[in-house]
Design a protein around this ligand. Structure first.
Ligand code: NAG
Ligand code: NAG
Ligand code: NAG
Ligand code: NAG
Ligand code: NAG
Ligand code: NAG
Length: 464
């Protein structure tokens, strides 16, 4: 029977990939999935520990969640001078796309990373993935990224992932794909979205997926049921941290496109699919969030792991780590799963991490242990999800015409971040601007004192 093998069923423009074992009998259920995002191909030394931790987890599937390489060129942070990249007076863009040759050499560097090479040789492991902005081609970019940059980069990503030559994924606009693993009754469907190729500008409240991908997604969700359906989105689906970091700064997420997010929840609910769980990356920290009041009538979890190297505490000097943890604690989200299992009080993790999902098919009900793990393989945030809780309409009343009605139960992770009291929602901004004001006042005060002292000294000198 040997290795698991890939079959791909081709339907018009739709990608449907099915992984089954050998001759059909003795199929191995998928029990261990690892995933990660935001890996700097040049930080080879940095990657050692995290790949070792992933290999020790012994995954059967590894999912690249985007920013698999940093492909675009980042100009230095300059407020003054000839090339200004920051502030309203900036005259050049901070990020620019790199040439196809440069992209290609960065992918080569990523693929030959010693740790990642070891993972690729791991027995019976399948590697799949999607992209985010920096491997799509440009920081925070959407559909406006020009041709042929997007088509060239699509080919380069698929080469990196060893996508077969005749895969339909090489002939569509965008890198979305779906896979089914495991035997009947214990199937895990993995749907990977492309949140870049068709995305309208930020703050347009337009589309993230685009028409063709929406049609495909609806078809995928309405196809044969699976015990678990993992939807991979490079950007966060549940958390809307921008609601508490704005107006200081904003992050990309489905929350920034409220209409599109509502549509996503509705499409899942309308499909009556049980067991849907999201995974995501992008934000440079790990966290687990859940939304209890989606139209599905069961909680929607989002397991966010970011980054494999580019984690927020890794990109600043260590004296600032405490400040970062303080800021994390100051930006509340109504969706974050907070419990005693987290390493830090904020239940976010700003050091390098990966996502680890373990499915225990032997328990009744089946449990899905979902964790964010650090470089030593230790969990830093975790949640055990019982599949029996992810049943369509579970938290709602189903009336005789089979439609869902909200039950009287008010759940914990229901109210949106935007409905937090303003003093809580804007406390980071308030603290930032008051600190700034105090500093300015202190500076003015010091100037006055200096001036007074200077005058006094001048008078004294005249007298002498
Ligand atoms: C890989 O899969 C095959 C067949 O499913 C199995 O016999 C073999 O033990 C697996 N190897 C490892 C190292 O798990
Ligand atoms: C990646 O790592 C290299 C070497 O440490 C560093 O020079 C570069 O700035 C990093 N890239 C990003 C996007 O942080
Ligand atoms: C997320 O936050 C942004 C910024 O405050 C806001 O415009 C948007 O409506 C929020 N989305 C949701 C779903 O609450
Ligand atoms: C999940 O279950 C495992 C045992 O299967 C337990 O060790 C762990 O503490 C649980 N985690 C949470 C968050 O309850
Ligand atoms: C409401 O909550 C209670 C207590 O948590 C639970 O026992 C009950 O099943 C819930 N009802 C519905 C309809 O979900
Ligand atoms: C079931 O609930 C839906 C939505 O609230 C409502 O439109 C419909 O009339 C209800 N049907 C019955 C038979 O109560």
């Amino acid at each position: 029977m040997g290795y698991w093998w890939l079959w791909w069923g081709l339907t018009a423009t739709v990608v449907e990939l099915t992984v089954v074992g050998g001759a059909g009998e003795g199929l191995i259920p998928l029990s261990r999935i690892a995933f990660g995002s935001c890996a700097n191909q040049s930080a080879s030394q940095e990657q050692e520990a995290i790949w070792n931790a992933i290999i020790s987890f012994n995954p059967q599937l590894f999912i690249w969640m985007g920013d698999n390489i940093y492909g675009d060129i980042k100009r230095p942070f300059r407020v003054f001078g000839k090339e200004r990249t920051i502030g309203p007076w900036k005259n050049v863009a901070r990020f620019v796309p790199s040439s196809p040759q440069e992209m290609s050499s960065r992918y080569l560097q990523a693929k030959s990373n010693p740790g990642y090479s070891r993972l690729r040789r791991h027995p019976n492991l399948t590697i799949i993935g999607t992209w985010d902005d920096h491997d799509y081609g440009l920081n925070d970019a959407g559909k406006e990224l020009s041709f042929p940059t997007k088509t060239t980069n699509q080919k380069l990503l698929l080469d990196f992932l060893d996508e077969p030559r005749n895969s339909p994924r090489r002939h569509q606009q965008g890198v979305y794909a779906s896979y089914t693993f495991g035997p009947q009754g214990r199937q895990v469907k993995v749907i990977l979205l492309d949140t870049r190729y068709h995305r309208d500008p930020l703050s347009s409240d337009g589309t993230i997926l685009g028409d063709s991908q929406w049609t495909w997604l609806e078809k995928e969700l309405n196809s044969t049921p699976s015990a678990i359906t993992i939807i991979g989105s490079s950007i966060q689906v549940i958390s809307n941290i921008s609601a508490t970091t704005g107006p200081l700064f904003y992050m990309e997420s489905w929350g920034r496109f409220p209409k599109e997010r509502e549509r996503l929840f509705k499409v899942i609910a309308d499909s009556k699919r049980d067991g849907v769980i999201f995974i995501s990356g992008d934000v440079h920290f790990g966290e687990i969030t859940r939304f209890d009041c989606a139209a599905t009538g069961y909680p929607l979890y989002d397991i966010t792991s970011s980054g494999l190297t580019q984690a927020v505490e890794n990109t600043v000097p260590s004296v600032l780590h405490l400040l970062i943890r303080f800021v994390a604690w100051l930006t509340p989200t109504t969706m974050r799963v907070i419990d005693r299992n987290c390493r830090y009080k904020s239940c976010t993790f700003g050091q390098p991490n990966f996502g680890a999902i373990e499915i225990d098919w032997a328990t009744t009900p089946v449990t899905v242990r979902s964790e964010i793990r650090d470089r030593s393989g230790q969990p830093v945030a975790s949640v055990n999800i019982s599949l029996s809780d992810l049943k369509w309409g579970k938290n709602m009343n189903i009336n005789s015409s089979n439609t869902l009605k909200k039950s009287a139960n008010i759940s914990r992770h229901c109210s949106l971040e935007v409905s937090l009291p303003w003093i809580v929602r804007y406390r980071l901004a308030i603290l930032f601007y008051s600190t700034l004001a105090v500093l300015v006042l202190v500076f003015i005060g010091l100037c006055c004192v200096a001036k007074l002292a200077y005058r006094k000294c001048l008078n004294k000198c005249k007298h002498d």
